[in-house]
Design a binder for this molecule. Structure first.
Ligand code: FAD
Ligand code: NAD
Length: 445
């Protein structure tokens, strides 16, 4: 039996949901989800991670204020923290699905596969639609080593009932650093194996070196230029052998070596949708090689960072493309990126290395702000803000922030960049004092 919809969305994460809600008022929409409604971000990504990070950030602040009015550093109660997190995550799948139903959007739980250019099979049911939107996100990749079956992922870490006393992470990207920082703050002995000498390769090296030093001081043991060769299980513990001939015993080992688009079960070839190992290829309207099928979010092969606001932006955009005839090519706004470690590193806009290579085009203002009132008040060990300006227009075009409040400062700078606010215009505005926002004019030099 064939059931008809205007659009079928595959995957109920931030990208798919934004598309479905954008279409719902004018179309008959079906969303198919194979696993958890809401997707990675609220179930096993950004949101649960940041709930655990809340306790870490509070503890960090108390640590910094020792001998400045606070006595004693609180300890993290992992089971309580996990209960706090689960109170939030447990409601997500059902709440997400109910929200869709309330908006008149049909929902099906199952793993779909294309059987033709306009038909999708879920179980023994076949669904036909004029348009499809693929929004299936990414899943962790495990390195192909001996003992691979003992490797866990970020999903497992974010749902640990008890914190293992000795933990290893493989990889030096966002996930390894954010989760290692949570683990060491909560009292675990933590190792990071990084196969080269560079963490967070997308961020400026100077700031990443500062972060590695800060995390080392906090107790994380970085094993540089080290590859995990094998994992052997001994009752409840694991023995890790490295290419450098080390043998390290831990209670849990997590791979954070990147994520890969989830495509295999979709039978894309049956629908004429092209993809590469990096994801689904699309044109500047997020249309795949089959013009009736679009793709949004982490599943895309794209140069933009794979983040929640980016997926949501693309979802909203594709809904417009489907509903209107003359929508322009997608134009991404500037995209801020934040690594939630202790401290945080954030960046937006023109990359520092690119700006350095074009001194005639860009002015770089690199400021050690550690002793500024805002950062001194919270006893930052080191805080830095680098701003990048277009010499011709004088507009702010890029920024890098290294501080425990980088997430806040980068958002202000992102707004100023997006609206092309000049120093003169900024001086005409007022912000509450003393706050991180009251420093903004100083970042213009
Ligand atoms: C540990 C971690 C922390 C993160 N922290 C942040 C952060 O702080 N800030 C940030 O912006 N981003 C963060 N991210 C990235 C963010 O989660 C993703 O960018 C975002 O979820 C992408 O949304 P999406 O809709 O493209 O995909 P997803 O959220 O992955 O949703 C895809 C959905 O499709 C479903 N699906 C998969 N295959 C199929 C199929 N065959 N059929 C039907 N359904 C299918 C999946 O079950 C899932 O529900 C983090 C990611 C991780 C893993
Ligand atoms: N705060 C945030 O916004 C946030 C947080 C977490 C995740 N994310 C998203 O999730 C994505 C995935 O995060 P991630 O940390 O898994 O990936 P990543 O690409 O950021 O980092 C992967 C790391 O693993 C290393 N690596 C790769 N292959 C390896 C191997 N075989 N052995 C050892 N090391 C290896 C790389 O050098 C790199 O350091 C991010 O790129 C981002 O899009 C965002």
């Amino acid at each position: 039996m064939a059931t008809d919809f205007d659009t079928i969305v595959i995957g109920a994460g931030p990208g798919g949901l934004a598309a479905a809600y954008g279409l719902a008022e004018q179309q008959r929409v079906l969303v198919v989800e194979a696993d958890l409604w809401g997707g990675t971000c609220p179930n096993r990504g950004c949101d649960p991670k940041k709930m655990l990070y809340s306790a870490v950030a509070a503890r960090d602040e108390a640590r910094r204020l020792q001998q400045s009015g606070l006595d004693g550093v609180p300890t993290i109660n992992w089971p309580e923290l996990m209960t706090f997190k689960r109170q939030y995550t447990q409601k997500i799948p059902q709440g997400t699905r109910s929200g869709l139903k309330a908006a008149g959007i049909a929902t099906i739980q199952g793993t779909p596969r294309f059987i033709s250019a306009d038909q999708l099979q879920v179980g023994d049911q076949i669904y036909r639609a004029a348009h499809f939107i693929i929004a299936t996100g990414q899943a962790p990749v495990l390195p192909d080593i001996e003992g691979k079956q003992y490797l866990q992922t970020s999903t497992d870490f974010l749902d640990l009932s008890q914190l293992p006393p000795r933990i290893a992470f493989v990889g030096g990207g966002y996930i390894a650093l954010e989760l290692a920082n949570i683990a060491v703050s909560a009292g675990a002995q933590v190792h990071i194996f990084q196969h080269n000498h560079r963490i967070l390769r997308d961020f400026p090296e100077k700031d990443t070196q500062l972060l590695a030093a800060a995390l080392t001081a906090k107790g994380i043991h970085f094993h540089w230029d080290t590859t995990l060769a094998s994992v052997t299980k001994h009752q409840e513990t694991y023995s890790l052998a490295t290419n450098a001939g080390q043998q390290i015993n831990v209670d849990a080992v997590f791979a954070a070596t990147g994520r890969r688009p989830q495509l295999t079960s979709l039978a894309l070839a049956a629908a004429g949708v092209d993809s590469t190992a990096k994801g689904i290829t699309v044109n500047d309207h997020l249309q795949t090689s089959n013009p009736a099928i679009y793709a949004v979010g982490d599943v895309l092969a794209k140069s933009q960072p794979k983040l929640t606001p980016v997926a949501s932006f693309e979802g909203r955009y594709v809904a417009q493309v489907i509903l209107s005839t003359d929508v322009k090519a997608i134009a991404y706004p500037v995209i801020p990126q934040v690594v939630y470690a202790s401290p945080e590193i954030a960046q937006v806009g023109v990359k520092l290395d690119d700006a350095k290579q074009q001194p005639q085009r860009y002015r770089i203002l690199d400021q050690d702000v550690t002793n500024w009132y805002t950062f001194n008040r919270i006893k930052e060990a080191t805080a830095r803000v680098t701003t990048i300006f277009d010499r011709q227009t004088q507009h702010l075009v890029g920024a890098i922030v290294y501080s425990s409040i980088a997430e806040e400062v980068i958002n202000y700078l992102t707004f100023l960049m997006s609206k092309q606010v000049t120093k003169r215009q900024l001086m005409q505005m007022m912000t509450a004092y003393p706050t991180p926002a009251s420093d903004l004019t100083y970042y213009y030099g």
